[in-house]
Design a protein around this ligand. Structure first.
Ligand code: ADP
Ligand code: ZN
Length: 443
């Protein structure tokens, strides 16, 4: 062909190959992309101001060695910059906006160019292909569609992989199960708290998951959950379940995903530069030590964020993954730095309670942690439901279950909580992320 003077066709790039970049290739890409990201960010009024305040010339950021000179970005910066202070490109280049869920306060907007959306879909799709999803799969996306990123984030990825995508969104459990049954759903994306509700619905509706459904793989994410919860979902649905982490500020799901080894989440390091810091001293934490995850979006155009303090607590995993990917791994998120509850001087994370509850056979999947002030003392009340199908004919048996739960919680929390046992489905449920803590203390 070359003799005719025509140029050779450029081979189609397969985005999945980026999962298998070598350590050196990843480092080289980050070194090149960090200054580019700083250059793009410097177009946004918020960063212009931040850089001016500390006298930072964005052009002086030449590579990874200069990372520490870049200031952190916080959720407060995002709030102060609303609506357009962090926009780094003319609005004419923006094709979509999302809103963070506002779990911990005022929601903030995030903008996307067409390229941002493509990269986002690729990051998630890499995870989907990594666990064996193909165009032969039927993928039911049971996360809320709309301003929340969980739904649309997986939607375009699933289409990119070529799955027949069922955009069933969140809620309406009976219809979800019907869709799974009628269309032979093989893959799904679901909130961990909702997955267990779906299982209970199947049990009550007499659907035999193994016989009536074809599920084989699922992704859970968007809210903290324990390894026990994952195992419960896997066991009850009879599928492999993979953890997917993300946040609206970094596009959404797909920042870090598990691979078939299920041994930590690989950060998409060609797109996101991850640091883990001590939230007090802001110094980097050694590998294996928990701290606050800080992320820099290396490729995002509409709203690049530099050293964004996620408030999510995790640690880097040491060593190489058996799957062969070199992208660094983080541990399952154990909660947000501002999730910590202080009760009578004891620090407690809600996930510690979940870890205990999900290991107890008779306990259902929904639970609520209530904080109250009684006689000027703080009380921690853990409300649990009996698992559907579990019946107690004697009060004595319920009481001994209750005492068992108190004892296990006491061992984990180093604090004696009150435990209330309710009938199945008695506690409130939410359509979106689960609300696990209600603080009614008088301050
Ligand atoms: P909001 O911060 O208002 O909830 P988002 O919808 O952007 O808004 O949610 C992102 C947050 O959800 C993350 O910062 C993290 O706290 C939580 N999250 C997302 N995925 C996971 C996961 N796989 N495990 C634990 N927490 C997660
Ligand atoms: Zn791996």
């Amino acid at each position: 062909m070359a003799t005719t003077g025509e140029s050779l066709p450029v081979p189609m790039r397969d985005y999945y190959d980026d999962d298998f970049l070598s350590r050196d290739e990843i480092a080289a890409l980050q070194d090149q992309r960090l200054p580019e990201a700083v250059g793009r960010a410097s177009q946004a009024p918020c960063y212009q101001q931040k850089f001016a305040e500390i006298g930072l010339d964005p052009a002086s950021i030449k590579g990874l060695d200069d990372l520490q000179r870049i200031p952190f970005t916080t959720k407060n910066d995002l709030r102060a910059a609303m609506p357009y202070g962090l926009l780094a490109t003319p609005l004419s280049n923006v094709v979509r906006m999302h809103y963070s869920s506002g779990t911990t306060g005022i929601a903030t907007a995030v903008y996307h160019t067409a390229d941002d959306l493509r990269y986002w879909a690729e990051c998630v799709a890499r995870g989907m292909r990594g666990v064996g999803l193909t165009n032969d799969d039927v993928f039911q996306n049971m996360m809320g569609y709309g301003l929340f990123t969980g739904g649309l984030g997986f939607h375009y990825a699933s289409e990119l992989v070529g799955c027949m995508t069922i955009p069933s969104s969140a809620g309406n459990t009976a219809r979800q199960v019907q869709l799974m049954k009628d269309f032979g759903t093989t893959g799904l994306h679901i909130l961990p708290s909702y997955a267990l509700r779906v299982v209970h619905h199947c049990e009550e509706a007499g659907i035999d998951i193994e016989r009536d459904l074809k599920l084989r793989v699922g992704f859970i994410g968007a809210e903290p959950h324990t390894e026990k919860t994952r195992q419960r979902v896997e066991q009850m649905l009879g599928v492999k379940i993979y953890n997917c982490y993300g946040l609206s500020e970094m596009a959404g799901p797909g920042v870090a995903l598990e691979c078939p080894a299920q041994d930590g989440l690989h950060v998409r390091e060609d797109h996101y530069l991850a640091e883990i810091i001590d939230p007090e001293t802001l110094e980097p934490m050694p590998v294996g030590e928990p701290g606050e995850l800080v992320l820099t979006s290396l490729r995002r155009q509409a709203m690049p964020l530099l050293r964004y303090r996620t408030r999510d607590i995790t640690s880097f995993k040491a060593g190489e993954c058996s799957c062969g990917r070199c992208h660094t791994r983080i541990e399952r998120i154990t909660g947000r730095s501002d999730d910590m509850l202080i009760i009578r001087g004891v620090n407690i994370y809600p996930l510690q309670v979940e870890r205990v509850l999900m290991g107890i056979e008779e306990v259902g999947s929904n639970y609520l942690i209530k904080l109250e002030t009684n006689n000027e003392m703080d009380d921690l009340i853990v409300q649990v439901e009996l698992r559907p199908g579990v019946f107690f004919d004697e009060m004595r048996k319920i009481d001994s279950l209750r005492q068992g739960i108190v004892a296990e919680l006491k061992q984990e929390l180093l604090f004696t909580p009150k435990v209330e046992i309710h009938q199945p489905h008695a506690l409130p449920v939410s359509e979106g992320k689960a609300v696990r803590v209600v603080d009614e203390r008088t301050k």
